[in-house]
Design a protein around this ligand. Sequence first.
Ligand code: GDP
Ligand code: IMO
Ligand code: MG
Length: 426
Amino acid sequence: MKNTVVIGAQWGDEGKAKITDLLASRADLIIRYQGGCNAGHTVVTNGVTYKFHLIPSGILYNKAVCFIGAGVVIHPESFEKEFNELKAQGVKFDNLKISPLATITMPYNIEVDGWNEANSGKGKIGTTKRGIGPTYTDKMARIALKIQDLYSFEALNEKLDMILPIKNKTLEKVYGLEPYTKDCLISLCETYAELFRPYVCFEWQDMLNRFKDKTILFEGAQGVMLDIDYGTYPFVTSSNPIGGGAATGSGYGPCMIQDVVGVTKAYVTRVGEGPFVTELTDETGKRIQDVGHEFGVTTGRPRRCGWFDAVIMKYAVLVGGITNVALTKLDVFDDFDEIKICVAYKDCRNDKVYTTYPTDVFIHKYLEPIYETVEGWKTSLSEMKSYDELPENTKKYIAKVEDLIGAPVGIISVGPDREQTIFVEK
Ligand code: GDP
Ligand code: IMO
Ligand code: MG
């Protein structure tokens, strides 16, 4: 396998973890490069379901080194909970490593996320309330704590002297929240230091150099349409899930990436607020939600559902750098008579047709999807093991998707289990 990045091509929850887990069997090093515990990643193997948020989904093989990179934000209490739950399921962490440069989500970041959500009225993003936006805000404002600060009293002391006056003033004056004392934060940081100590990889530069000639898998979280620069801003997350994010969040440069697998469902889902042109608020949307079990892994919220949108997918191929597509959840359509694909948008104010993605999301409320309809296959795909076995109508659907988005489908997923996957060899 070439060095590969796995990214979500839509608004998250495309089945990235399943694809990461599959490709992880061929990798020597797996690097999660952005996001935090806003992610909810599911892997199903031999009937057992594993849920990941921060820990790389490739850890189940216990062969490759799993590295949480500098681009990730880590909420210690969530990490501990996830770690303990996976440990109880028998997962081993001998190969887990954490970058000293990863950023820590502090309790006040979570409080501020909650406050923003409760007080933003129409501007509410519908975040996961995991403190993601406020943590990345602190990082960019250069007032965040990094994992490495936990192991240097001098750095921690100096940084807290710099951070706390600003932080407390904002907490009290802007948000009406309680200030923090230095002693309280130092004591918290001591607990965090113990929690992470076995996994912090201070020799990460040597490690990355050692793996330069090996096979590297980069694991993205969220999806292109949630990207801070290219997504449906401001209804996005606060990091770069696009393929390029792997080059900033991992410690390797762009020349180390040879393949970008864009994971997409055969339809679209979205959790939280924000535009969604092909959203179905009718019975069909409900049917997709029921058959696809579309409920969030992290927050349990029902996911909004709609038809496949080739306009956003073509955009994701471009800005995400996608070279190869993994098409998931095809089995959800097994009983559908017909399936729609959005090929363009029409602005109902002036009939203007968009075949490329209009980035001004405030006009999206005027956009109507233009659909092409393909016939369903009315057969269960879930046991199929090869491309040749697929019904003709499924092949036609896949060919149509490839044609519209300008990228080949290399992996087809027909069920949640690791085994329910077809590698396309046409
Ligand atoms: P991620 O965040 O992109 O890793 O995706 P999630 O884990 O949040 O959501 C994907 C859900 O779909 C999980 O429950 C998976 O077990 C499930 N899943 C993945 N691929 C397939 C598939 O091809 N068919 C079906 N029916 N379920 C799938
Ligand atoms: P995975 O990795 C789906 C969404 C939230 C909200 C927006 C901002 O499982 O695909 P945040 O908490 O990040 O500030 O919320 O982004 N969101 C996700 N939606 N899957 C995810 O992760 C998501 N992570 C964040 O619902 O709309
Ligand atoms: Mg998810």
